[in-house]
Design a binder for this molecule. Structure first.
Ligand SMILES: C[S@@+](CC[C@H](N)C(=O)[O-])C[C@H]1O[C@@H](n2cnc3c(N)ncnc32)[C@H](O)[C@@H]1O
Length: 238
């Protein structure tokens, strides 16, 4: 027997959020970085889906119609992607570190000129889950006898980075209906966004940042409000 009733009413947050966005955008092309078993990707109602994962946990010889899969790291995938390739919607759920997810964000922005990007796990459950190194987080859990198992990495630093360095982007952090994720879109669709130099985000401290819960800087809000804010801008200008 499961400790909690199963399925939980708030579960499947990623597919629910992505499909709501896909409907609002009339999305034709979807990109997911980090596929694992394909549990989200298989449920996305978009005509063309592209998945990227160097360590897939499903039979890559059996793909549904309209689904393309690349068993490589995201940097390699983007390096080989034609410059004119575009997507309406992207889900960044690969390696959960600040550095890698920042790379994924800038690469994705080049190929999502007027769409929407959803970033997974932007508020860690606790300080250990927020460590950038997954093995270190697991070792610490073992040492302290913690019953928790979550690792979300330091993707949270990317939200602070976007807030401080990328005023061209608007975003909302979705709280209260499943995993915390951050929804990102351009204020001016089609605008080129380059990576600013000279920032040292590895020094940001988890305890200070989350001392009073999720800071306003993360623009936390309910799922329905985040999606509405996003679609209002993006639908209006597409
Ligand atoms: C949390 S799982 C993805 C879950 C999936 N998006 C879903 O919703 O069911 C993270 C995945 O990212 C993959 N990954 C790790 N490093 C990666 C990288 N550099 N590029 C792309 N994927 C990566 C891992 O192999 C793992 O399968």
């Amino acid at each position: 027997m499961y400790r909690r009733p199963f399925p939980r009413p708030w579960q499947y947050w990623s597919q629910r959020r992505i499909n709501t966005l896909a409907g609002g955008l009339h999305a034709q092309r979807y990109l997911e970085i980090g596929i694992e078993h394909g549990r989200t990707a298989e449920k996305i109602n978009v005509r063309e889906r592209v998945g990227v994962d160097p360590a897939p946990r499903f039979d890559t010889n059996k793909l549904p119609p309209g689904f393309s899969f690349f068993a490589v790291e995201s940097d390699t995938y983007f390096a080989s992607l034609a410059s004119e390739a575009t997507f309406d919607l992207a889900f960044l759920d690969g390696l959960h570190t600040f550095g890698q997810t920042k790379n994924d964000l800038f690469n994705t922005l080049r190929h999502v000129p007027s769409g929407v990007i959803l970033i997974d796990d932007t508020v860690p459950e606790d300080e250990t889950a927020a460590l950038p190194d997954r093995d270190e987080a697991r070792a610490l859990r073992r040492e302290t006898g913690s019953k928790e198992n979550a690792w979300m990495g330091d993707v949270w630093r990317l939200v602070v980075y976007i807030d401080q360095y990328l005023p061209q982007l608007d975003f909302r952090t979705i709280v209260g209906s499943g995993n915390v994720q951050t929804l990102v879109w351009r204020r001016t669709l089609g605008e080129t966004i380059s990576e600013p130099s000279g920032n040292e985000f590895e020094k940001l401290n988890y305890r200070e940042t989350f001392a009073s819960g999720i800071p306003d800087q993360f623009r936390p809000c309910a799922e329905v409000d985040a999606i509405q804010a996003c679609l209002t801008t993006v639908q209006l200008h597409r």
